[in-house]
Design a protein around this ligand. Structure first.
Ligand SMILES: Nc1ncnc2c1ncn2[C@@H]1O[C@H](COP(=O)(O)OP(=O)(O)O)[C@@H](O)[C@H]1O
Ligand SMILES: O=P(O)(O)OC[C@H](O)CO
Length: 501
């Protein structure tokens, strides 16, 4: 083998990263560019699709320049992405027709409610594994089409292309203007049948979305065309949604293996093997990855607000100078005594699993004259742990699999306070990799497997360095009480949302 590296593009909600890995799994180059969102109306979250592509292309060139890497040394590229985020573009001009509608965005809430009121909700769950919500791409496409009847001629001429961010980047990157996605991303649209592994005609008809605008669906590790952006033509050998990519990055290949990623949102995903498994608690049944037409399924608990809550403390409230200070601030919080705790329900975009409550909004409980900014930071970090427990309890009950250890990753997992609090709350070992970018790593592994850089899953790098926090037994009793209080806080926020005049 002559090539030395695999390149991973990780297009997240908060930033885009391009990372190079060598055969041992070491990170040999990493560049990052942050990405802003626009909030034009309450609940709306939009991003500039053209900028997403521009940033990606810039970073791909930058990583080579900064680390003095020859493009001929890159064997293949894997792309992983924030999922569900919806782009529509005109294939003739190559221009987006509208801003990208981000996964958290609530434009299509009424459309989702309309669908929920009809009798197709169970059919949709049976076919797609998803509970109807504005989170998924289908309602976002429907909203865009309803808002823009003037696009009808473009649809008739089959000029409109739909893509999640993987597809948008791939289309821009490839000479042949490849219009493709992988099964993990397709499984988040609410239009893909996770059993037949095809776009579902009945759902397309219900949503009035023409098949002509949808991408071809391939395996997560596959041949997606080549790019000459870097000089030497390089194959693109993997597309995969970021949460599934993190699962793959942790090498969580066994049924029952589980990971929790804390980025803009937090997503807890359990590999359930080759059979899809349903949930009594609103967990999603989704595709974990597909290789050589063999599919692994997953159960997922989606938490809409994780790092986004810290960004809110920083940018919205102005009480956090920098997110990297949040761990220390939480340790310095004055609320050391039991029963003085405060609770923040960060339901800024409703609550995802296991509540699926679109209407609930954020709330804080237990404030006194003594409460200060450090206490709010602490309550925010703790809310991520409580939501993790909510999902894990549901997963245990759905699958009967007890857990003694959990692996975590993502930008927020750098937070030492959260790391230890999670261990104390769950009373298990919580392990995080020293390099937290498991999402990119998963995309690199898949691209590397497809291109023969690694021969098979057993050949993937071992001994990725990690740090583990153990649950402290003396915290156990207090944690039981705090978790009960958290549940009361969520219930109270729910009651408030539904009693509004
Ligand atoms: N030390 C930290 N403590 C808490 N949150 C952090 C820390 N460092 C970064 N974050 C948060 O992590 C998020 C970014 O994580 P990342 O995995 O890069 O997200 P994404 O994939 O959504 O772009 C941001 O919301 C940021 O506020
Ligand atoms: O941007 P992240 O890393 O929080 O991931 C977003 C998810 O893919 C949304 O489903």
């Amino acid at each position: 083998m002559t090539a030395k590296y695999v390149m991973a593009i990780d297009q997240g909600t908060t930033s885009t990263r391009v990372i190079l890995y060598d055969h041992s799994g070491a990170t040999v180059g990493l560049v990052r560019k942050s990405l802003n969102a626009r909030f034009r109306q309450p609940g709306w979250v939009e991003q500039d699709a053209a900028l997403i592509w521009e940033n990606t292309a810039t970073l791909m060139l930058e990583v080579l320049e900064q680390y003095q890497i020859d493009s001929a040394d890159i064997i293949s590229i894997g792309i992983t992405n924030q999922r569900e985020t919806t782009v529509l573009w005109d294939a003739e001009t190559g221009q987006p027709l509208a801003p990208a509608i981000v996964w958290q965005s609530k434009q299509s809430t009424q459309i989702a409610e309309r669908i929920k009121d009809s009798d197709v909700i169970d059919t949709i769950y049976a076919k797609t594994g998803l509970w109807v919500d504005s989170y998924f791409s289908a309602t976002k496409i429907m909203w865009l089409m309803e808002e823009h009847p003037e696009w009808e001629p473009l649809f008739e001429q089959e000029r409109v292309r739909f893509g999640t961010i993987d597809t948008w980047i791939l289309w821009n990157l490839t000479e042949g203007r490849e219009h493709a996605t992988d099964m993990t991303n397709a499984s988040r649209t609410m239009l893909f049948n996770i059993h037949t592994l095809k776009w579902d005609q009945q759902l397309l008809q219900l949503a009035k979305i023409p098949m002509s605008c949808l991408p071809v669906v391939k395996n997560s590790a596959d041949d997606f065309g080549t790019t000459s952006l870097l000089g030497t033509p390089i194959p693109i050998n993997a597309l995969i949604g970021d949460q599934q990519a993190a699962l793959f990055g942790h090498q969580a290949f066994q049924a029952g293996a589980i990971k929790s990623t804390y980025g803009t949102g937090a997503f807890i995903v359990m590999n359930t093997g080759h059979e899809p498994q349903t949930s009594k608690y609103g967990l999603l049944t989704t595709i974990a990855y597909s290789i050589n037409n063999e599919v692994n399924y997953a159960l997922e608990g989606s938490i809409f607000v994780a790092g986004a809550a810290l960004q809110w403390l920083e940018e919205g409230m102005g009480i956090l100078e920098d997110v990297t200070l949040s761990s220390q601030m939480a340790q310095n919080s004055s609320l050391a005594q039991p029963y003085q705790d405060i609770y923040l329900v960060p339901a800024f975009a409703g609550l995802g699993a296991p509540y699926w409550d679109q209407k609930i909004r954020g709330a804080a409980f237990g404030l006194t004259r003594m409460t200060n900014h450090m206490d709010l930071v602490r309550a925010t970090l703790e809310s991520l742990a409580y939501q993790t427990k909510d999902v894990l309890e549901a997963m245990y009950d759905d699958t009967g699999i007890e857990r003694t250890q959990l692996v975590i990753d993502g930008g927020v997992a750098a937070n030492d306070y959260l790391h230890q609090f999670l261990a104390d709350l769950l009373q298990i070992e919580i392990t995080r990799p020293v390099k937290l970018e498991m999402t990119a790593r998963g995309a690199a592994y898949l691209a590397g497997l497809q291109s023969g850089f690694w021969q098979d899953q057993a050949d993937l790098p071992k001994n990725v360095p990690t740090v583990t926090a153990a649950g402290r037994a003396y915290q156990s009793e207090r944690m039981v009480k705090q978790y009960q209080n958290w549940q009361r806080a969520v219930e109270s926020a729910h009651v408030f949302a539904y009693s509004e005049s």
